[in-house]
Design a protein around this ligand. Structure first.
Ligand code: ADP
Ligand code: MG
Length: 140
């Protein structure tokens, strides 16, 4: 199967609040990703639950969705050859303490739940997540 060239990222509330939007987007560009869609949003709890539907029932679901609805986030579609896999490498492990040097989560993450950014984990989820946030008129 051909690899997708698009992935979805979210800059999570703590990172937005602490002024990391610019530094994170700069590193994304420097790593060779093109930003093809971009916006600020403040999710309702219901919207956060819908986005993280695949995690419903897990012990961190409520903490995660409440956190994601706690303040504004930045949402972007990133384009690059092999986008999903390469972006997961750029962000690093889910737990910032275990993320590699120079990764976005190591640099800007505060905790497992507040790990600075989201990145799609498969081509199929990337398509679903890009469509969740952006209409065709908002993608360039
Ligand atoms: P990733 O974002 O690396 O793909 P998951 O899909 O497993 O990780 O989890 C989604 C998000 O849920 C994580 O980015 C993190 O914010 C949060 N999360 C995951 N595991 C835990 C946990 N054990 N405790 C608190 N929050 C968690
Ligand atoms: Mg995931």
């Amino acid at each position: 199967m051909e690899k997708s060239n698009q992935t979805l990222t979210l800059i999570k509330p703590y990172a937005v609040e602490h002024g990391y939007v610019g530094p994170i987007l700069a590193r994304i560009n420097k790593a060779g990703f093109r930003i093809t869609a971009l916006k600020y949003l403040h999710l309702s709890l219901e919207q956060a639950e819908a986005f993280y539907e695949i995690h419903r029932g897990k012990n961190f679901f409520e903490r995660l969705t409440r956190f994601m609805a706690s303040g504004p986030i930045v949402v972007a579609i990133l384009e690059k050859e092999n986008a999903v896999e390469d972006y997961r490498k750029l962000i690093g492990a889910t737990d910032p303490r275990k993320a590699g040097e120079g990764t976005l989560r190591k640099l800007f993450g505060a905790s497992v739940v507040s790990n600075a950014v989201h990145g799609s984990d498969s081509d199929q989820n990337a398509i679903r997540e890009c469509n969740f946030f952006f209409s065709s008129l908002e993608r360039f």
